[in-house]
Structures are given as C-alpha cells and as structure tokens.
Design a protein around this ligand. Structure first.
Ligand SMILES: C[S@@+](CC[C@H](N)C(=O)[O-])C[C@H]1O[C@@H](n2cnc3c(N)ncnc32)[C@H](O)[C@@H]1O
Length: 220
C-alpha cells in the first residue's frame, strides 16, 4: 500500500486538544522502557532534545525517568506547546524542560548539539523524511545517543482500520480519524532504513517492536 501523507503540523485546536487529552500511557511508557534497554549506559546528566514533542507527554516521561537531564522539546504547532507547557507545570518540570516553538528543518532556538536526541511519532507527519534524519544528524553530538519511535504502515487499508478498532475504538472520533491517517502516512521499517542510510546514519539499528511500532536507535 502506498503512503498517504497527512498534514505536517497538528495546529488545529480541536485536533491538538483531543491528542493532548488522549491516554498514550502504554506506548509512551514503552518509549522510555525501550530507550533504557537500547542504552543501558546512556548519559544521565547531560542535554536532550525531543523533536516534534507535541503536548510533551513523552518529554515529561523522559524527564521524570532521567532527573539529571536538561531537556528541550521542539514543535512547529504553538497550540500543542500550550498543552505541553501546562503538562510541564503540572509535573514541576518548568526550568529543567524548555519548549521551543520552531518548525524543522529550522533549528533556531535549539542548542548546537545534544547528548541525546529523541523523537516519537514525528516522522510520519513529514513528506520529506530527511527533515528528521538531517536534524538528528546535526543535533546529536558525536558519540551521543539517538532514539526514534514511530508507527509502521501496514500492508493494506483493512489492516490499518483493524488497528484503529483494536487500539482506539473507545476514543473520540477525531482521534480515531487522526490515528488512521497517521497509520496510512507512516513509513515502513525498510523505508526508514533506506532514509537513515541516505542521511549518513548507518550506525543506527531499525527494529519493529510491536504490531504497529518500530524503533531506530544507536550512537552517532
Ligand atoms: C503525532 S504528534 C507527536 C507528538 C509527541 N511526540 C508525542 O509522541 O505525543 C506529531 C507532532 O509533530 C509536530 N510536527 C510536525 N511537523 C513538524 C516540523 N516540521 N517541525 C516541528 N514539529 C513538527 C506536530 O505539530 C505534532 O505536534
């Protein structure tokens, strides 16, 4: 099945609100668990950046898991960052986690390089996947860690709709619609491998981890 791109930014209030209020505790806590498995000896007291951080659920979980890190989250949708800011306040993370309103490939407002670069579910929004991988390349210090997780596009639309039924049946219709659009827009792990190689990040491993997710990780 060919990829069906979806809009890049999630800057619609209703869409961002539904996303920010959804319960992503299962995949997002797994994000942190997979990171720990991939990097049992990662730096715990440096800097990290979360690309396409949205309402900062992954950012906040990561910050709580690694209390010595200083973290920037970046997103092109201001309304998402409004929810993100509220989340940071709620978790007592203001000061240690900083949100930057910026649309990649622009990196204005970010540090020159970070010890850790993470990203969850940004890639499937990008028509040009190299926007993510070039940012990863530029923003990870030499020897730093990269950890990216995203959806994998299934073999056909029926399977995509089956995943929505399986994982989002109880969610509001706007969220079900967005989940379906995201699965249809996702890249397959083989495509991700090719993009990563093209970006010169051959050291990264790409691995499917569930019926709908893959991870890409490694030292730069
Ligand atoms: C599906 S959300 C994921 C949010 C968050 N990482 C999470 O896992 O909950 C994708 C986010 O990427 C943002 N985004 C899309 N294209 C972007 C770009 N070029 N630069 C920065 N953010 C972008 C969207 O606005 C949206 O907030």
């Amino acid at each position: 099945m060919d990829r069906i791109p979806e809009p890049e930014l999630m800057d619609n209030e209703a869409q961002a609100g539904a996303y920010a209020q959804a319960d992503f505790s299962e995949p997002h806590s797994r994000f942190v668990d997979y990171f720990k498995l991939a990097f049992p000896h990662s730096p715990t007291d440096g800097t990290a950046v979360d690309l396409g951080c949205g309402p900062a659920d992954v950012t906040a979980r990561f910050a709580c898991a690694f209390p010595q890190l200083t973290i920037d989250g970046v997103d092109g949708a201001e309304v998402m960052l409004k929810y993100g800011q509220a989340r940071l306040r709620q978790e007592g993370l203001i000061g240690r986690v900083h949100l930057v309103h910026q649309r990649l490939p622009s990196r204005a407002g970010l540090r020159a390089a970070y010890d850790i670069v993470i990203s969850n579910s940004l890639l499937h929004h990008l028509r040009d996947p190299l926007i993510l991988w070039d940012a990863v390349n530029a923003l990870t210090r030499s020897g730093g860690c990269v950890f990216v997780m995203d959806l994998a596009r299934p073999e056909n639309r029926a399977r995509a709709e089956g995943l929505v039924d399986q994982y989002a049946a109880g969610e509001p219709s706007i969220l079900q619609r967005d989940f379906l659009n995201s699965i249809l827009a996702a890249y397959e792990p083989e495509e991700v491998r090719a993009h990563i190689d093209r970006a010169g990040l051959r050291g990264l491993t790409v691995k499917p981890v569930s019926d709908r997710h893959w991870i890409a990780y490694g030292w730069r």
